[in-house]
Design a protein around this ligand. Structure first.
Ligand SMILES: Nc1nc2c(ncn2[C@@H]2O[C@H](COP(=O)(O)OP(=O)(O)O)[C@@H](O)[C@H]2O)c(=O)[nH]1
Ligand SMILES: [Mg+2]
Length: 177
């Protein structure tokens, strides 16, 4: 983190709290990414029922993570968290191309939300350790990722299993808040 930012934080001039909304289909790897960020063993991650909330310290910031189920029946539940959301992470299982259309629907729902219009979004192209994983360019096309938009947007390849790409993605995201 830059010296100026640290100084501004000490002076109370920039935000020190981040509300991170984590969304994606079930089984995409959201909770495994959260476990990576909170340094819990990734082997212990169990399927999430409904949602989970965890707070961790990163880059001097207090990051509260709302790990939301991607199931469409929870759409209304997400909305309760929009007002506290200052950053969004969308997680995709890049190896599960059968569900790209479903993931696209969830993502478009999120992009449409008026309250989140200016909130930076990190798109995690997860499970890149699998040989069957789609390439980021193909994912960008299948999920209609914005080529340019008013919102800060970044596509990051990662493997929550191997722990690669997570730190880079989060560094970018936390610089945007
Ligand atoms: N191969 C591989 N498997 C992963 C990766 N990330 C998560 N998984 C596995 O995918 C399954 C679902 O992960 P989980 O974090 O529970 O997904 P969630 O439903 O989105 O929270 C688990 O069996 C994880 O071990 C990854 O990067 N690579
Ligand atoms: Mg989960």
């Amino acid at each position: 983190m830059g010296f100026i930012r640290t100084l501004l934080m000490k002076l109370g001039l920039v935000k020190t709290k981040v509300g991170l909304l984590i969304v994606g289909l079930s089984n995409s790897g959201k909770s495994t990414i959260v476990a990576r960020l909170t340094k819990e063993p990734v082997e212990d991650v169990a399927p999430t029922v409904g949602f989970a909330v965890e707070t961790t310290k990163m880059e001097g910031l207090s990051v509260t993570m709302f790990d939301m189920s991607g199931n469409q029946k929870y759409f209304t539940l997400w909305q309760h968290y929009y007002k506290d959301t200052t950053a969004i992470m969308f997680v995709l299982d890049a190896a599960d191309s059968h569900r790209f259309a479903e993931a696209d629907a969830v993502l478009q729902e999120l992009l449409r939300a008026e309250q989140l219009k200016r909130v930076p979004l990190l798109f995690m192209c997860n499970k890149m350790d699998l040989v069957t994983a789609a390439q980021p360019a193909d994912v960008a096309a299948a999920l209609h990722l914005p080529a340019s938009s008013a919102r800060a947007f970044q596509l990051q390849s990662c493997s929550a299993m191997q722990g690669s790409g997570i730190k880079e993605g989060m560094q970018w995201l936390l610089e945007q808040v």
